[in-house]
Design a protein around this ligand. Structure first.
Ligand SMILES: NC(=O)C1=CN([C@@H]2O[C@H](COP(=O)(O)OP(=O)(O)OC[C@H]3O[C@@H](n4cnc5c(N)ncnc54)[C@H](O)[C@@H]3O)[C@@H](O)[C@H]2O)C=CC1
Ligand SMILES: O=C(O)CCC(=O)C(=O)O
Length: 526
């Protein structure tokens, strides 16, 4: 009988469902990392919310673990590359708590507009300070959404009902979808300049970390009120504190912090600052939704192998799975590669397959490309919801099956339509299982697509490789593999290196400064 550990506070519905499906379940919350490491080896499944950190060390000790289920959306508390490496499926429940979280953002917006926490504390202290608390109306104010996915869309809907004007910055929001939502798509700078209230609804990724940096906070409208119910790390907390102290920022409400639990934030006790302890998803309704969903999904997987809402493996029927999986892994990596390199305005994706892959059901291959492409921008994307999300964002999808001879046993080619033109990558399978890149943006190259990699475009001039090797060596970064491709002699070259460690930002910046370098990007493949 499989055994599951529920290690965070969850609705009792989760344990009920596991037991009803014949799965043994322990509910042990508040474990330290060492305590978790000591017991995790006994379990086939781990069900978490956000308090448990499924880190590399925890996963290394999880010798029997087959599935981690997140009763919620954000999976930044789970080390997905380590889980994938260990063959552990990671699932989430992408929609169960969205309404609740959107409502929390709206509640915080009202609380900021009318200084509700301070007014409550003052009244209950017997002060009756009727003239101290002068609020602002929400009607006709501009709400700036950073991130217009599930939660952002619900916030927009509610804000429009409050007669606010809603503007949104989201690289995946098409003008057409914005029109349907009733919001205006703007650049980040436009949003910063125009919004009276700003609310954040993105995952924490390399592109969103510190999206409200000191520099960007300085571009906001004087008196702006800021709400973050997404993730700590999206806002520079020190700069936020300085902005509140100077009065440039009129108010801020944070449900999430860089460090959680936040016990001694410098923001505490700042006037016009409101905080809640990561309560975005905390309603009876949302917790029942996510508990039922996570327990059903994990039980299905442990008992039947059925995969739903997985972030690191495709969802598939039992018969198709073994044949399609290697092609889908190749497709997912190609999608992820373009997703990491093309950050703005994807309007269309064409997936072409040739050779062996063209004989198979290519829908899952396309879904895998889309999941890889969009997961760079949202940790809720998986094989199941990627095609749906692409349609919703009006990304045009085309599938082409070529019945022609190819140099490779199989070839998958992905072309992404962007405002700057088409960008194409292609790859094959080595030994029928290993994804291998064959072409990137018109340049032929043979490269692995795995782990941590460094992508560099540079002028094809002698001496560059030595300088690059020197810079990496000096920083103690070990190169695993090294692949080079170029358009013509002396023109533009592309380098793809696999590296053993994360490349720190200062090292990336110093590589950028090497003579002849045009582009540098750190890439990660799960
Ligand atoms: N406070 C809480 O308790 C909760 C927090 N969350 C957080 O809310 C986040 C959003 O959830 P959903 O809306 O369901 O996710 P979603 O995936 O539907 O939407 C995220 C949106 O962010 C956009 N985005 C990605 N990178 C961006 C960038 N650089 N700039 C602007 N937009 C960008 C994406 O295109 C996408 O539309 C989750 O990732 C999670 O971290 C979710 C639930 C509860
Ligand atoms: O489970 C919780 O309380 C947090 C929810 C959350 O942050 C998420 O679903 O991303």
């Amino acid at each position: 009988m499989p055994k599951v550990l529920i290690s965070d506070q969850m609705s009792p519905k989760a344990a009920e469902i596991f037991r009803a499906r014949g799965i043994e379940v322990d509910e042990i919350t508040g474990l330290t990392k060492d305590e978790l490491i000591k017991i995790i080896g006994h379990y086939d499944g781990l069900a978490v919310r956000s308090a448990t950190k499924a880190t590399k060390d925890v996963i290394a000790a999880a010798t029997n673990l087959k599935v981690i289920g997140r009763a919620g959306i954000g999976v930044d508390n789970v080390d997905i590359p380590s889980a994938s490496g260990a063959g552990i499926v990671v699932m989430n429940t992408p929609f169960g708590n969205s309404i609740t979280t959107a409502e929390h953002a709206i509640a915080l917006m009202f609380a900021l507009a009318r200084q509700l926490p301070e007014a409550d504390a003052s009244t209950q202290a017997g002060k009756w300070e009727k003239n101290r608390f002068m609020g602002v109306e929400l009607t006709a104010k501009t709400l700036g959404l950073i991130g217009a996915g599930n939660i952002g869309s619900i916030v927009a809907d509610r804000a429009l009902g409050l007669k606010m004007k809603v503007i949104a910055f989201d690289p995946f929001l098409t003008p057409e979808r914005a029109e349907i939502m009733g919001v205006t798509k703007v650049s980040l700078d436009e949003l910063l300049a125009q919004a009276d209230f700003i609310t954040l609804h993105t995952p924490l990724t390399d592109s969103t970390r510190n999206i409200l940096s000191a520099e960007n906070l300085a571009k906001t409208k004087p008196g702006v009120r800021i709400i973050n119910c997404a993730r700590g790390g999206l806002i520079d907390e020190a700069a936020l504190k300085a902005g509140l102290d100077s009065g440039h920022i009129g108010g801020a409400a944070l449900d999430v912090f860089v460090e959680e639990p936040a016990k001694a934030s410098p923001l505490f006790n700042t006037p016009n600052f409101i905080s809640t302890p990561h309560l975005g998803a905390s309603t009876d309704e949302a917790q029942v939704n996510v508990a039922i969903q996570v327990a059903e999904q994990m039980s299905d997987f442990l008992l039947t192998g059925g995969v739903t809402n997985a972030l690191n493996v495709p969802s598939l029927s039992a018969e198709e799975a073994p044949r399609l999986r290697p092609y889908m892994q190749l497709a997912e990596r190609l999608g992820s590669l373009v997703g990491q390199l093309v950050t703005e305005g994807v309007k269309g994706v064409t997936v072409e397959v040739e050779g062996a892959a063209a004989q198979l059901n290519i829908k899952p291959i396309t879904a895998a490309v889309l999941a890889g492409l969009m997961r760079t921008h949202s940790d809720t994307v998986n094989m199941v919801n990627a095609p749906y999300l692409a349609r919703e964002r009006e990304i045009e999808i085309a599938e082409v099956r070529h019945d022609r001879e190819t140099d490779y046993h199989t070839l998958v080619r992905v072309t992404v339509k962007t405002p700057d033109g088409d960008r194409t990558v292609a790859g094959t399978l080595f030994g029928m299982t290993k994804p291998r890149l064959t072409e990137i943006f018109g340049i032929t190259v043979e490269a692995d697509l795995s782990g941590r990699m460094l992508y560099i475009v540079n002028e094809d001039k002698p001496g560059f490789i030595g300088r690059l090797g020197g810079a990496l060596g000096e920083a103690g970064v070990n190169i695993g593999t090294f692949h080079l491709g170029r358009r013509n002699t002396g023109s533009e070259a592309i380098l793809l290196l696999s590296v053993d460690d994360t490349i720190p930002d200062p090292l990336l910046a110093s590589i950028c400064r090497l003579p002849g370098v045009k582009t540098v990007k750190a890439l990660t493949f799960a």
